[in-house]
Ligand binder design. Structure first.
Ligand code: MUC
Ligand code: MG
Length: 371
């Protein structure tokens, strides 16, 4: 039996290329939590968890992920067969409630280790990839219309992105929709525009906003309403042509079933952290597919490891109607992978080496490691 001999958790604070303005937080850096599992055969598997704005997005913080993995996950992991990722995760779930982000990092590290041991990419362990390149949207979130247009022009010209997501919800609805309208006009016929309100609107705001955004040619709205308002989301999706996407409310297979039953959105934003791991993300996707809910490959603004893990999962799915937003590493000023992920032709190339197919450069990481 291959044992897990060492569990190491590192938090690294990586600056962002510009302030990233969301309804609930403005980010100047991203706290990346990396979990390294050293196996008795010498292989080291790595996984990542991130959140957004400390405790502003979810109920786990970078610090809670680190302390909980070190204190509660590690002793259980040390009793597991490292080659049996499913049994390890089942044992963890029996003893640890919640902690989806931490579970995601640990499951990723188990699968990375297993993939390296048997010479297979994680996507093969998950059933096999269907595509090698995932189209990637970019988030324009400087908070300023002219800066956003300039930034959009640059990444479009570089053939890096042709779908833009705008973060709104901080200003009043009319001001936000005017900002979005100006950007949608600037890119009309050249790039698609979607928005993420991150739950900041009331039902009245959402009615008003959905109509204005639809008129501006915007194609999709990520959670306009609070995550508990399934009814409001369903009514909005029913009344407007513009697609309504569930995101914050989607926290694993049980929530997927409830959201699908309530028809609380036309689309699901799949996130490996929010789902509690790679396998649970596939379960969420399967529920969506059977309910005829469109799929989107979401991000928690992960660095290279979480982004590669997400890419392996998303590459296994039959149809990502809304593509992905796996741009996390591009929002950070620094790279901690030995070889960066490849973005070309508006997409991300899914790594094809064993495990995640990417490696952490510990020297690079150490420069940003929190002590
Ligand atoms: C979210 O809510 O979707 C994804 C892209 C981005 O800028 O923020 C995230 C979180
Ligand atoms: Mg979102």
């Amino acid at each position: 039996m291959v044992r897990i001999e060492q569990v190491e958790v590192v938090i690294a604070d990586i600056p962002t290329i510009r302030p990233h303005v969301l309804a609930m937080a403005t980010m100047h850096s991203q706290a990346v939590v990396l979990v390294f599992l050293r196996r008795s055969d010498g292989i080291v598997g790595v996984g990542e968890a991130t959140t957004i704005g400390g405790l502003a997005y979810g109920e786990e913080s970078p610090e809670s992920i680190k302390i909980n993995v070190e204190t509660y996950f590690a002793p259980i992991l040390k009793s597991c067969d490292a080659d049996d990722a499913a049994s390890c995760m089942a044992l963890l779930s029996r003893h640890i409630v919640g902690n989806r982000f931490a579970k995601c990092a640990v499951e990723t590290a188990l699968l990375d280790g297993l993939g390296q041991a048997c010479g297979l990419p994680v996507s093969d362990l998950l059933g096999g990839r269907r595509i090698d390149r995932l189209e990637v949207a970019w988030t324009l979130a400087s908070g300023d219309t002219a800066t956003d247009i300039e930034e959009g022009e640059r990444v479009l010209e570089a053939r890096r992105h042709r779908h833009f997501k705008l973060k709104i919800g901080k200003r009043d609805v009319a001001a936000d929709c005017a900002h979005v309208g100006a950007i949608a006009r600037a890119f009309e016929g050249r790039a698609s525009v979607r928005v993420d309100v991150n739950q900041a609107w009331t039902r009245d705001h959402a009615e008003q906003g959905a109509a204005l955004l639809q008129d501006s040619g915007v194609v999709l709205i990520e959670p306009p309403l609070g995550k508990a308002d399934f009814e409001g989301m369903a009514e909005l999706a029913d009344r407007h042509e513009i697609a309504i996407m569930a995101d914050e409310a989607l926290i694993g297979p049980d929530s997927a079933r409830q959201l699908a039953k309530a028809r609380a959105g036309d689309a699901f934003s799949l996130k490996i952290t929010q789902s509690g791991g790679l396998v649970p993300t596939l379960q969420v996707a399967a529920i969506a597919e059977t309910a005829r809910i469109a799929l989107y490959g979401g991000t928690m603004l992960e660095g290279g490891i979480g982004t590669a893990a997400s890419a392996h999962v998303f590459a296994c799915l039959p149809d990502l109607v809304w593509h992905t937003e796996l741009f996390g590493p591009l929002l950070m000023t620094e790279e901690f992978l030995a070889e960066p992920l490849i973005y070309q032709d508006f997409g991300l190339i899914v790594p094809d080496g064993p495990g995640l197919g990417v490696r952490v450069d510990r020297n690079k990481l150490d420069r940003f490691r929190r002590h």
